[in-house]
Design a protein around this ligand. Structure first.
Ligand code: BGC
Length: 762
């Protein structure tokens, strides 16, 4: 309907202005109102005009399975732009009707694992590989990276996100963007901003203080914009202090464009917001996937004088600026043959660098003199590559732990394998049958209870094997949050852990737990039982191989936690007002505003800036594993800390020596404690970090870290200003947020930078 209207009118326009041949302005001037509205509203999705139908992935015409496209305007030379998910690799349909070829993409590690590498160079390499798949499969913009803050362990999408800390989030996302965009394809950093829960994600109003907005929730986006120049930004579904983010000019224009200098395009999340005219006025340039209603809202608003055509032109111009950057506009002849083999190697090696060794008593790992391995836990057989929803990738295979161990030369006892796999398939079938079929493909199927070995099976396995590995798995994904039972180990997992550790320990044999999870789980109550715990995350399609590379000692683990593992879920400050275990019915859009239900319409971020370690340190609270924590097979010594001011930059350096016996990499974290000032401050805050190269035993490296003096600022709401207090700052070189190895101090002059007084709580 909308296409027909636009095209009839457009066919009588002069042919002269043509994108690429004449200026963008001349093309804008030549466009009718209807064409303009058509350009800023995407092509839509098959079978869905009301925004309520789950048809993600049905853009069949250009790149099947891509999430959306912009509208072509042939007479003006405007080609469409293909937008495709998502953070763990490109998500398109793997097969096409009547076409024998396959279009699998590489499933790279989830965001949380990538961040846990603390290695921007490596993340950039992963991004380069992803970007090559985007380009060679004919897409133009990858709808990633996703960098919302891990405010609470239960956010269903934490697996796509990076950290509870904005510096880690921002640096990780910036590296990712640089990598992907090195292929001359685009990214869309998302979800801007404050998407910290899935419960009622399209209706919830996030009520946040300006200080927390600036210091915690926007900081990572600011870093990414400034350090990597992403082509596009995707606004989030939720509201911020009463207004949908896509309709909030103070966010999309005042802060993003005017303050940070963002020059690219802003698009909505899929069907996000509720008024396209307001979105245009706010500076949200593109509505995706696009509905007839949005088109009408824009045309009507301009005709009624409620939306200025100048505002619409600004958005149109930015869409055209995006169009001309794309490979499609430039006529790139994509091959449909990305280098999947090389990328499998990239995912395997990058994954092992983000795995975090949580416990390793008595040098249990790496496995030495071990040949026969017993595996327990349903997940060992059905390894989880990543999360579900738009962050999933249609991969050709997933290497399970069993396959990985076998590839690594171990003899694996899977006498129970067939039974476990049959049981898993049956249980998954039953769960799937309970789901609305239109959503089933997008939802994580709950993991069934562990199929426990009988005592006879267990003693048979014990007799034949040198060591036991128990995998504990969790799936999560878009549309809903995890629950407290999902955070805790379930009774069958506890039973399995106890049975296996008791039996193996009695026989003098060790037990290793592998956590194949996308987010934080409770560890405090059971971590005493096994001898070693490896947090493998969800490591992409080569997961089993990557885990084996760590277990076997091919590589020393060098990942560190980018979030705190609390003792209890309720220890996190945000748990007080996070929608824990709310039984909100599920629908594609899940919009429930106003529902009148407590905790569904509004989420008050009462903890302010005290998210993650900022909170646990302030409270001096015991945690299970602190932010920044992670063991290695070797050990590192820190010496000769130095800090100096060079102009506007704080330059710090420290010598790190490998004092163990095997090669390894260390992540050096630079925390800063501010002097007493007018504002309340966290105990310490991460300001920079760096990873050493792989240091052979006995070798040392001088590690250099730097940050800008202005990064020391806190946001003073009373003055609407970033304020650096004058005084002596305590600079800490640390192996984790609770393992400070060296210190130095730095005298800093005070400064103040005023910014627009916006986004206040109404
Ligand atoms: C998700 C986005 C995604 C989009 C397109 C939405 O439901 O929130 O992250 O990019 O769908 O698939």
């Amino acid at each position: 309907m909308l296409g027909a209207a636009a095209l009839t009118l457009s066919s009588c326009q002069p042919k002269d202005p043509y994108l690429g041949k004449t200026s963008i302005d001349s093309v804008v001037q030549a466009m009718t109102l209807e064409e303009k509205a058509a350009l800023v509203v995407g092509m839509g999705m098959e079978g869905s005009t009301d925004g309520q139908t789950a048809t993600v992935g049905s853009t069949k015409n250009l790149v099947p399975g891509a999430a959306g496209t912009t509208r072509p305007l042939e007479r003006l030379g405007v080609t469409p732009v293909v937008l495709a998910d998502g953070p763990a690799g490109l998500r398109i349909d793997p097969t096409r009707e009547g076409d024998p070829a396959t279009y699998y993409c590489t499933h790279f590690p989830i965001g949380t694992l990538l961040a846990s590498t603390w290695n921007p160079d490596l993340i950039e390499q992963v991004g380069q590989s992803m970007g090559q798949e985007v380009k060679e499969y004919g897409a133009d913009v990858l709808l990633a990276p996703a960098l919302n803050i891990h405010r609470n362990p239960l956010n269903g999408r934490n697996f796509e996100y990076y950290s509870e800390d904005p510096v880690v989030s921002g640096k990780t996302a910036a590296a990712y963007v640089r990598g992907v965009q090195s292929n001359d394809v685009g990214t869309s950093i998302k979800h801007f901003a404050f998407n910290n829960q899935e419960t009622n994600r399209t209706g919830v109003d996030a009520v946040i203080s300006p200080r927390a907005i600036r210091e915690i929730y926007l900081k990572g986006f600011e870093i990414t914009v400034k350090e990597s120049d992403p082509w596009t930004v995707m606004t989030s579904y939720n509201k911020i202090n009463g207004t949908y983010t896509s309709q909030e000019k103070d966010l999309v224009t005042t802060i993003l464009r005017d303050e940070w200098g963002f020059g690219g395009l802003v698009m909505t999340d899929w069907y996000g917001g509720d008024n396209a005219a307001e979105q245009i006025a706010a500076g949200n340039d593109l509505m995706e996937p696009g509905t007839d209603l949005q088109y009408k809202q824009i045309v009507d608003a301009v005709k009624a004088g409620k939306l200025s055509e100048k505002d619409l032109d600004a958005c149109v111009r930015r869409v055209l600026e995006l169009v001309v950057r794309t490979p499609r506009f430039k006529g790139y002849a994509y091959s449909n043959k990305p280098d999947l083999k090389a990328h499998a190697e990239v995912t395997r090696t990058s994954a092992l660098e983000g795995m975090v060794l949580l416990k390793n008593e008595g040098g249990t790992l790496p496995l030495k003199g071990v040949k026969n391995v017993a595996v327990f836990g349903n997940t060992s057989y059905d390894f989880i590559a990543g999360g579900t929803g738009s962050g999933n990738v249609n991969r050709a295979y997933t290497v399970s732990l069993i396959e990985g161990l076998r590839n690594g030369g171990f003899t694996v006892d899977d006498s129970r394998g067939k039974a476990v796999l049959n049981y898993m398939a049956d249980e998954a079938g039953k769960e799937r049958a309970k789901l609305d079929p239109s959503l089933a493909a997008f939802l994580p199927i709950p993991r069934p209870a562990e199929l426990l070995p009988t005592p006879a099976e267990l003693s048979g396995i014990l007799a034949k094997n040198d060591v036991a590995i128990i995998t504990i798995g969790r799936t999560s994904g878009e549309f809903f949050d995890r629950t407290s039972p999902d955070f805790n180990l379930n009774p069958s997992e506890r039973k399995l852990l106890t049975m296996v550790t008791d039996a193996f320990h009695k026989a003098g044999k060790k037990v290793i737990v592998v956590l194949n999870v996308g987010g934080v789980v409770e560890t405090s109550s059971w971590k005493g039982q096994p001898d070693a715990i490896l947090l493998a995350w969800q490591a992409g399609q080569e997961g089993g191989n990557s885990v084996t590379d760590i277990l076997s000692g091919k590589k020393s683990p060098s990942g560190k936690l980018t979030m705190t593992f609390p003792v209890n879920l309720m220890d996190a400050a945000s748990s007080e007002n996070f929608p824990i275990d709310l039984d909100v019915p599920l629908s594609f859009m899940n919009r429930r505003t106003p529902s009148g239900e407590k905790d569904v319409d509004i989420c008050k971020y009462e903890e302010g800036i005290y998210v993650g370690y900022r909170w646990f340190d302030k409270q001096n609270m015991e945690v299970s594993y602190p932010f920044g924590y992670g063991l290695s097979y070797t050990a590192f010594e820190y010496s000769e800390p130095k800090v100096a001011l060079e102009g506007n930059t704080v330059k710090a350096s420290v010598t790190v020596k490998n004092i163990g016996e095997v090669p390894g990499k260390e992540v050096v974290q630079l925390y800063v404690s501010a002097p007493e000032g007018t504002l309340d401050k966290p105990v310490r805050e991460l300001r920079a970090y760096a990873k050493t190269s792989e240091l052979p035993a006995g070798q040392a490296e001088r590690v250099e870290l730097s940050f800008k003096v202005e990064d020391l600022a806190s946001f003073d709401e009373a003055q609407s200003a970033w304020v650096v207090d004058a005084g002596t700052y305590d600079i800490q070189f640390a192996s984790s947020s609770r393992d400070i190895r060296q210190r130095a101090s730095l005298d800093v002059k005070g400064s103040k930078k005023k910014v627009a007084n916006v986004l206040n709580i109404k």
